[in-house]
Design a protein around this ligand. Sequence first.
Ligand SMILES: Nc1ncnc2c1ncn2[C@@H]1O[C@H](COP(=O)(O)OP(=O)(O)O)[C@@H](O)[C@H]1O
Ligand SMILES: [Mg+2]
Length: 427
Amino acid sequence: MKVLVIGSGGREHTLVWKIHQSPKVSKIYCAPGNAGTLRIAENIDIMADDINALATFAEGEGINLTVVGPELPLTLGIVDEFERRGLKIFGPNKKAAEIEASKVFTKDLLKRYDIPTGRYSIFDSAGDAKRYIKEIGVPIVVKADGLAAGKGVIVCHEEKEAIKAIDSIMEEKVFGGAGDRVLIEEFLEGEEASFMVFTDGKNILPMVSSQDHKAIYDGDKGPNTGGMGAYSPAPVITPDICREIMDRVMTPAIKGMAAEGRPYKGVLYAGLMISNGSPVVLEFNARFGDPEAQPILIRMESDIIPVIEAVIDGNIDKTDIKWREEPSVCVVMVSKGYPGSYQKGNRIEGLEDVERIEGVEIFHAGTRLSQGNIATDGGRVLGVTATGIDIKEAIGKAYEAVSMIRWDGVYYRKDIGRKALFVMGSA
Ligand SMILES: Nc1ncnc2c1ncn2[C@@H]1O[C@H](COP(=O)(O)OP(=O)(O)O)[C@@H](O)[C@H]1O
Ligand SMILES: [Mg+2]
């Protein structure tokens, strides 16, 4: 079969890599892709949100299955358009993707179905929001309602930060219409973790757990990024907590979406705070996490294609996934300056040597081929992902590989995975 993967990040290279291993697949296209996907797929120069062009390409090329990586096309209704044209596609439709497109929608859903989440209030006027902040004080979390490329949430430890956040979101409209409403949420203490499931709208098949590192600097300091690295499993998600996530979060969320006429099909991602030993929902995403997809999919032993087909056909209750026991770690290498401004077009060296190391994969994100060389082309550039006998070995292997890769202005965190060692009490 012919498969089209939509997107150009580390998550999409990982999906292409995993799909490539399926004996059912004869050809993969990636739109628009990067210098990593190029080697096992044909890159197609269509942007991920150009829904009509993508559907027309899929029709013309006789694509048998399309897999959507990023949230934007999902929230714009790519699944609805492909289905209207009779094309097979993996992901939630527009009404179901509302779970990521609107934080206000999701908070109200959580409340209606009694799913644990932080207390919150919703405002559509800056004046009311500011009065509320002054009344209840800090710490507090200010969240723009809509999509803001991971920049719409501000954790405020001082009142003036919170007021400034309201000004920029609601008055200056730095995220456009995404800031017409804000959510003000109680600050939750605890350990963050991600949990993803495959669901066909009725049945749920969990993946292994993972943990991201959002902040740019070691020790979780500095501004938040798209993600600086991740590992799997997350020891903080014990078997008991895993059961609680399935029973108190995933099952009621999927049932609730179906009951509200928004049956949810695809990957559902819960961003969680494990607070006093219980999971509390921070958000849902309508797709794989990036970089969580990297350490998770590298541990997936089963063919992913039958799982994706079962999600689309509505029978994942008859499917199973085999996972490798070995833990994994992904270290994200970025361009200096990210998440602010950074240079592009710097030549990357050392990739060939790393490709020879057993148990290490380099997943490309912001890269492109330029005059025969691989060059940087974004903030997050590579996700160096390794498995090991234990988390310690996986960390060692990932950093050994990272140390062999160079370009002008490379930056990465030195402490990815350390938290997992700490939780397990072996560091
Ligand atoms: N209620 C909260 N208490 C403490 N930290 C929070 C809270 N909500 C969000 N955060 C922090 O902000 C980050 C981003 O928030 P999230 O809801 O995941 O939005 P998004 O991923 O859309 O930016 C989280 O990963 C977490 O670190
Ligand atoms: Mg998040």
